[in-house]
Write a protein that binds this ligand. Structure first.
Ligand code: AMP
Ligand code: ZN
Length: 117
């Protein structure tokens, strides 16, 4: 089982650390990133502690599909849907993951560059 005792996102989900919540339901929470890299930078986080995309299996299919569906809903609400946006998962050390609780970055409000590097 993953160790979530010191997980910052579990603490945010538990309300032990403050955050700016933009959406929540029984599966997910979406918050403003504390250190945004774009005018819109939202983190979409499952309530269940999952270390990374490396840990997912078919039992997570509802969570994973809801992340993309809610990303699209939030993008519409934040008016970044027409110009476009990016939904990113960083997995593991080489993927640039710094918080070991699965999450996706919804980035928009400026033109993204590619390759991401
Ligand atoms: P990653 O590097 O993909 O694991 O992304 C982790 C993200 O969490 C970074 O963009 C951080 O800025 C963000 N972050 C870390 N701590 C907090 C916090 N307390 N509230 C909101 N975002 C946070
Ligand atoms: Zn966690």
């Amino acid at each position: 089982m993953p160790d979530n005792n010191d997980c910052i996102f579990c603490k945010i989900i538990a309300g032990e650390i403050p955050s700016k919540i933009v959406f929540q339901d029984d599966l997910l929470i979406a918050i403003e990133d504390i250190s945004p890299t774009a005018p819109v930078h939202i983190l979409i986080i499952p309530r269940e502690h999952i270390d990374s995309l490396n840990e997912v299996n078919h039992s997570h299919s509802e969570i994973l599909s809801q992340i993309q569906i809610k990303a699209a809903v939030i993008a519409r609400e934040m008016n970044i849907d027409q110009n476009g946006y990016r939904l990113v998962n960083n997995c593991g050390e080489w993927g640039g993951q710094t918080v070991m609780h699965l999450h996706y970055h919804l980035l928009g409000g400026r033109k993204m560059t590619w390759p991401a590097g």
